[in-house]
Design a protein around this ligand. Structure first.
Ligand code: GAP
Length: 683
C-alpha cells in the first residue's frame, strides 16, 4: 500500500514544482536534458535563502571560518592528487537489449529462470532448410510433422513481410518474397543472450525479449535457439527496471569515471584536458595555505565554499536528487592532530567527556537522531581532538537543519560502518532525510537518503596536495613549539612515535617507496619539535539541491480551507519555515478598484520591501489570492481593508489583518508594528 502513495506524492510534488515555477527541466523546449534542472522564480528564491542561511551560519555568525569562491575548472593535477582521476568512478552495466546504462550497485536482485539462447536464425532460413529436408519425403504424416515445426517461422515471416493473416500462401513463396525484399537468403547469427523471467510460465516472454534482441542485431524475423535453462536466486545480472527491457541480460560491470571532461584553449589534445569540478572541496585544500595567510586564522579554523559541482552520473534519478549538475555547500574545518593537542594540553578531551553524550563508535547501529536529544551546548574547546570536533559538527549541522524547518523526526543520523568508510576516513556520519522515495526498513519506516556527509578525513587531502604539488601544506604552531620543548622525554617519544607511525602509514599506502617513506615520516615527526604539522580536517559536505528537494517534500501538504462563502475546499499548502520561504509576505488590497485601498497597500509594500521578499496581488477574490500564496509557501498575508482606512472607527485606522498561512488565523496589527513583528519571524 505504501509504495503507490509514495509515488503519488512525488508525482504531485514534481507537478506542483513545475506549475508554480519552483523547478523544471533544463532546455525543456527541446525535450529536456536528463540530470539537469532549472529553478524558476520561487525555486531560485528558496535556493538563495538556503545558501544565504548556510553562509551566514558558517562564516558571519562565527569567527573561525573564512569563505572562498574558487573556479569550477582547476589544474588537472588537483584531480590526480585528490584521487578523482583514478578512482572517482561508479561500476556501470548496460542492458544488452535497450542499451540503457545503470549503476551496477543499483540493480535489484532478482530470482527466477534464466533462458540462455546461443544463436538465432532468420525465419526465411529456417523455412528453406526445413523445405530442403522434406522435399524428398512423400506426402504424409512425417512431412506434416516437419512442416508443423516451421509453422512458427511461417507466422513470423508473414508478419515481417506484412502478409495478411488469412491469405493462403506457400511457405517457399514467402521465402521468395523475403529474398526479393531484402536481397539475401535468410541468415543466422551466433551470439549468446540470456533473459531472466520469474518462472517457466513466462517462456513466451523470454522468447519475445530474445527475438527483439536478435532483431536489434540486424536479423529479420529471428528465431532464437535455446541452449539451456537455469534457476537463479538474487541475480544482479539482469535488467530489473520495469519496462520492455525487464529481465534482459546486462553487461559485466565496468568502471566509469564520473568527471566531465573538457579542453582548455583552442587545441583539443591530451595536454589541454581539464575537468569540471566534481566537488567544491578540493579548491579549499589547494588554496589552504593562501587562505591561512590572508585570513590571519590559526588552526583550528575552517574554509567554506558554495558552488556548482558536476558529475556525469550514470543514472540520474528521483527528480533533482541525483543530478549531473548540482550545488554543494562544503566546509573544511582544519584541526590539530591529536598528538599536537596532547603535547600542548597534556590530554585530548574525549568526545564523550566534552560533549556529555554517550560515546559512540562507527560500529554503532543506525538510528534516528530523534532518539538522542541534543546535549551539546558548549563552545569548542582548545583541547578537543578529532572525535570531539567531528561530533560537534554533526550536532551543529543537525541543529541547522532543524532551524530551517526540517524536524529531527525527518532526519536520520547514520554512522558509516567500518567497511563503508573511505580508506582515509576515520569516521563518517551521513545525515539522511526521509524522502517519499526512500527505501523502507524492516519495520516499514522510510530509511532516508543522504543530504550531507560529515567526514573526519585525517590529513589525507592536504598530504596529497603536498605530495603532488611539491608545496608544503604544513603549518607552524608556536604553542606546539613551546609545549614540545617542555615535554617529559617519555611523553615526547611516545607522541613522536605515534605521529611518525601515522605519517608512515599514509605515505606507504599512497605508494611512496619504502626508504623514501621512512625518511619522510621521520622528517614529519621531527617537525613537531619545530612546531610544524599537517592539519587534519573535518568535512561537513552538503548538497543544496537535495536540501531544496527535502524542504519541498517536507513542506508539501494538503488540507481543507473555507472559501469566501465558508464552504470547505481542499488546498495545497507549502509549509516552508518562514526563514526559507521564497516569498515572506503577500500584500492584498481588498479591492483593486478602490484607489485609497490600493494606495495604502502600496505604502505597506514599500515599507516591507527593503527588508524581505514581498508579493503584491490585487487580482481575484481574496480567498483565491490566499490559495495562490499558500501554494507558493508564503507564510504571511497582509490585507488592507476598509478598517485600515478608518472607515469603521478611528481605533482601527492604519491597522491591517495579518493572516498566518498554517493556522489561517487572522489578527489585527498596526502598520507601524508590522515590520518588527515580521522580521522576528522570518530571520
Ligand atoms: N567533498 C565530499 C563530497 O563531495 P559527496 O558525498 O560525494 O561528498 C556531498 O557529496 C553531497 O553533495 C551529498 O551529500 C549530496 O547532498 C550532494 N551530491 C552528491 N552528488 C550529487 C548529485 N549527483 N546530485 C545532487 N546532489 C549530489
Amino acid at each position: 500500500m505504501a509504495e503507490p502513495r509514495t509515488n503519488e506524492s512525488m508525482e504531485k510534488i514534481v507537478s506542483l514544482c513545475k506549475r508554480r515555477g519552483f523547478i523544471f527541466q533544463s532546455s525543456e523546449i527541446y525535450g529536456g536534458l536528463n540530470g539537469f534542472w532549472d529553478y524558476g522564480p520561487l525555486g531560485a528564491e528558496l535556493k538563495r535563502n538556503v545558501k544565504d542561511l548556510w553562509w551566514r551560519s558558517m562564516t558571519q555568525d562565527r569567527g573561525d571560518v573564512a569563505g572562498l569562491e574558487a573556479t569550477i575548472i582547476m589544474h588537472p593535477k588537483v584531480w590526480e592528487a585528490s584521487g578523482h582521476t583514478s578512482t572517482f568512478s561508479d561500476p556501470m552495466v548496460d542492458c544488452l537489449l535497450t542499451k540503457k546504462r545503470f549503476r551496477a550497485d543499483q540493480i535489484e536482485p532478482q530470482s527466477g529462470v534464466v533462458f540462455h539462447f546461443c544463436d538465432a536464425v532468420e525465419a526465411a532460413a529456417a523455412i528453406s532448410s526445413a523445405n530442403e529436408s522434406i522435399s524428398g519425403l512423400p506426402d504424409g504424416e512425417q512431412k506434416e510433422v516437419r512442416l508443423g515445426g516451421v509453422q512458427k517461422a511461417v507466422q513470423l515471416l508473414r508478419n515481417a513481410l506484412s502478409f495478411p493473416r488469412d491469405q493462403v500462401i506457400d511457405p517457399m513463396e514467402l521465402v521468395g518474397a523475403f529474398v526479393r525484399k531484402y536481397g539475401r537468403q535468410g541468415r543466422s547469427l551466433e551470439r549468446n543472450f540470456s533473459v531472466l523471467v520469474s518462472s517457466e510460465a513466462e517462456t513466451a516472454r523470454a522468447e519475445r525479449v530474445a527475438q527483439e534482441f536478435y532483431e536489434k542485431q540486424g536479423l529479420i524475423a529471428p528465431i532464437p535457439r535455446l541452449a539451456k535453462k537455469e534457476q537463479v536466486k538474487d541475480s544482479t545480472g539482469f535488467n530489473s527496471e520495469n519496462g520492455p527491457g525487464k529481465g534482459a541480460e546486462l553487461t559485466p560491470p565496468r568502471q566509469f569515471n564520473l568527471m566531465f571532461k573538457t579542453y582548455v584553449g583552442p587545441v583539443e589534445d591530451p595536454d589541454s584536458v581539464a575537468y569540471l569540478r566534481p566537488e567544491t572541496a578540493q579548491a579549499i585544500f589547494a588554496q589552504f595555505k593562501t587562505i591561512l595567510e590572508v585570513s590571519r586564522q590559526k588552526v583550528p579554523f575552517g574554509i567554506c565554499q558554495i558552488g556548482k559541482a558536476f558529475r556525469n552520473e550514470i543514472n540520474p534519478r528521483n527528480f533533482t536528487f541525483r543530478s549531473r549538475e548540482f550545488e554543494q555547500m562544503e566546509l573544511e574545518f582544519f584541526i590539530r592532530p591529536d598528538e599536537v593537542v596532547e603535547a600542548i594540553y597534556g590530554k585530548v578531551a574525549s568526545a564523550a567527556e566534552v560533549l556529555n553524550i554517550e560515546q559512540r563508535t562507527a560500529n554503532d547501529e543506525q538510528r534516528t537522531s530523534d532518539a538522542q536529544p541534543s546535549t551539546l551546548n558548549r563552545q569548542p574547546q582548545p583541547n578537543w581532538g578529532w572525535e570531539a570536533w567531528h561530533k560537534y559538527w554533526v550536532e551543529q549541522r543537525i541543529r541547522w537543519y532543524e532551524n530551517i524547518g526540517l524536524p529531527r523526526s525527518t532526519l536520520v543520523e547514520y554512522w558509516q560502518k567500518p567497511e563503508e568508510l573511505a580508506h582515509y576516513a576515520r569516521a563518517t556520519v551521513d545525515i539522511l532525510f526521509k524522502f517519499p522515495f526512500s527505501k523502507r526498513d524492516d519495520q516499514g519506516e522510510l530509511a532516508g537518503e543522504e543530504l550531507e556527509g560529515i567526514a573526519a578525513r585525517s590529513d589525507f587531502d592536504l598530504s596529497q596536495h603536498q605530495r603532488f604539488s611539491g608545496k608544503s601544506m604544513g603549518v607552524f604552531d608556536e604553542e606546539l613549539k613551546v609545549a614540545w620543548a617542555k615535554l617529559d622525554e617519555a611523553i615526547r617519544k611516545n607522541l613522536w612515535q605515534r605521529y611518525h607511525d601515522a605519517r608512515l602509514k599514509y605515505l606507504t599506502k599512497s605508494g611512496v617507496p619504502g626508504e623514501q617513506a621512512a625518511r619522510e615520516a621521520k622528517a614529519d615527526a621531527d617537525g613537531l619539535a619545530k612546531g610544524q604539522y599537517i592539519p587534519h580536517v573535518i568535512e561537513p559536505s552538503a548538497g543544496v539541491d537535495r536540501l531544496i528537494l527535502a524542504l519541498i517534500c517536507h513542506a508539501y501538504s494538503e488540507d481543507q480551507a473555507p472559501d469566501e462563502k465558508g464552504k470547505l475546499e481542499s488546498r495545497v499548502v507549502m509549509r516552508f519555515h518562514p526563514r526559507v520561504a521564497p516569498i515572506k509576505v503577500a500584500i492584498f488590497p481588498l479591492l483593486k478598484n478602490r484607489p485609497e485601498l490600493v494606495r495604502k497597500a502600496e505604502e505597506v509594500r514599500e515599507l516591507l520591501r527593503p527588508h524581505m521578499t514581498v508579493f503584491y496581488d490585487e487580482v481575484g477574490a481574496i480567498g483565491r489570492r490566499y490559495r495562490r500564496q499558500d501554494e507558493a509557501g508564503t507564510p504571511f498575508g497582509v490585507t488592507i481593508d476598509f478598517d485600515t482606512l478608518g472607515e469603521k472607527g478611528p481605533e482601527l485606522k492604519d491597522t491591517v489583518t495579518l493572516r498566518d498561512r498554517d493556522s489561517m488565523k487572522q489578527e489585527r496589527v498596526r502598520i507601524g508594528d508590522l515590520l518588527p513583528l515580521l522580521l522576528e519571524k522570518v530571520r
